[in-house]
Ligand binder design. Structure first.
Ligand SMILES: [Zn+2]
Length: 85
């Protein structure tokens, strides 16, 4: 799990804007991200521990990747509609 903050999400958002991956909800806090060019699929999971926002992705990146960045906007919307998000 990687902690998301304003600093590390910014670069990933830039890449997400360029690649425009397809994001699908699997269940609350779990998303499937598809690269439209290669068809590669990745699973992104979010959690919240002591006020920290954490995320993980099963791609090989060791920092906040664009898969996380592209899922996070959708997650924020869904989380605000869900109790105990
Ligand atoms: Zn990733």
């Amino acid at each position: 799990m990687i902690e998301i903050n304003q600093h590390n999400i910014q670069r990933a958002i830039e890449k997400a804007r360029q690649t425009k991956p397809l994001v699908r909800v699997i269940e609350f806090r779990t998303y499937q991200v598809t690269n439209r060019t290669t068809g590669a699929q990745y699973t992104v999971k979010f959690s919240k521990v002591g006020g920290k926002k954490l995320a993980e992705c099963d791609c090989k990146a060791t920092k906040v990747c664009y898969h996380i960045a592209s899922s996070v906007a959708l997650h924020i919307v869904l989380a605000t509609q869900t109790v105990n998000a």
